[in-house]
Design a protein around this ligand. Structure first.
Ligand code: ZN
Length: 340
């Protein structure tokens, strides 16, 4: 049903061979970390939606001058080391451009911890477009896609650090015109790069519209991660989207809500759709402008609270591995997923 994944990998590897080194054979499946390509086999247990730093100041005022990288590293490092101690190997950082995305900071943290860290390209339209740069309102979907594809091909902001997925964001309710444009730009970026699209979405109405729009653009729904799907109350909608092939990202886990996560995972399991589930905390993060970066939430509930609960509830080791290892591999591998 879908095209084979090799093309973007080949193109990347050919380019990489000319410059540095391609870490994988051309026919391997890879993810793109802030330190370059990594075989999916090396991903291990993965946290698919977390944050190191988020700055809600707005697109008109955001600047890397608002934080000191050394200070952020001091605050965040112990929390990342905790993940490592608990067995985690890959950390997917979901802070978009204009909200504090800092690839150089992420690379330093990856180098210090040995975690694979993945950053993103794309724009976040949720919260009423406060985090969109002025050009997002005037440019076409193709122009926006060209910017994002440029980050994939040439690196982010003059670095050689490449995005490993596309992060967009839309508001609840029907998709506005500008959010349709972001989804369209994401679809076209996907078709050129094989980068998976993770969209901050929440409820089902916009999620199902995004899936339809992607299909009209020729993108298969398994290239789409419905971010914050836990906000949808009607679990039938998880099933509906998963049956289309979309990823159901249950990503707000904390120490106090494992029952809700267990219920949502059991629902997917009942329908044989655990293959489409992703879990994470949406935790962290350093907040510029607050004393010592403000209150920080650890990335540990999954390992310490949810996993024992899943075992008690009869989830097998194989199913738990599927949630923590196999699904993140399939969700984030660089792979063009087309509808024929
Ligand atoms: Zn998030």
């Amino acid at each position: 049903m879908y095209s084979k994944p090799l093309k973007p990998v080949l193109i990347y590897c050919l380019t990489a061979l000319l410059t540095t080194q391609c870490a994988t054979k051309s026919n391997d499946s890879i993810i793109m970390s802030v330190n370059g390509p990594v075989s999916v086999e090396e991903m291990g247990e993965s946290l698919i939606h977390e944050h190191v730093l988020v700055d809600f100041i707005g697109a008109d005022q955001i600047s890397e001058k608002r934080w000191d990288k050394a200070e952020v590293i001091k605050v965040v490092l112990p929390y990342l080391k905790e993940i490592k101690m608990l067995g985690g190997k890959t950390f997917i950082e979901c802070t978009p451009n204009y909200l504090g995305r800092d690839p150089v900071l992420l690379k330093a943290l990856s180098d210090s911890t040995g975690l694979n860290i993945i950053t993103n390209t794309g724009y976040y339209g949720a919260r009423n477009n406060k985090f969109l740069p002025a050009h997002a309102f005037t440019e076409t979907a193709d122009q926006l896609a060209a910017r994002w594809i440029g980050e994939w091909e040439s690196g982010i902001n003059g670095t050689n650090i490449r995005p490993g997925f596309i992060k967009i964001g839309v508001d609840r309710g029907n998709l506005s015109k500008i959010h349709q444009k972001l989804v369209t730009a994401a679809a076209r970026t996907h078709l050129q790069t094989g980068l998976t699209i993770a969209s901050h979405t929440g409820t089902a109405v916009p999620a199902l519209e995004e899936i339809e729009l992607l299909k009209r653009e020729g993108v298969a729904p398994d290239a789409f991660i419905w971010v914050h799907a836990q906000a949808e109350k009607d679990l039938e909608n998880h099933i509906k989207a998963a049956k289309e092939g979309a990823w159901i990202s249950l990503d707000g886990l904390n120490d106090n809500n494992p029952d809700h996560y267990l219920q949502m995972l059991k629902n997917l399991k009942t329908y044989g759709l655990l293959s489409n589930a992703l879990i994470s905390h949406d935790a962290g993060w350093y907040s510029p402008g607050e004393v010592n970066g403000g209150k920080f939430r650890a990335y540990t509930s999954l390992f310490k609270i949810l996993l024992p609960r899943l075992k008690e509830a009869g989830f097998s080791d194989k199913e738990i591995r599927q949630l923590l290892v196999d699904n993140p591999q399939r969700a984030f591998e660089i792979n063009i997923r087309k509808i024929h």
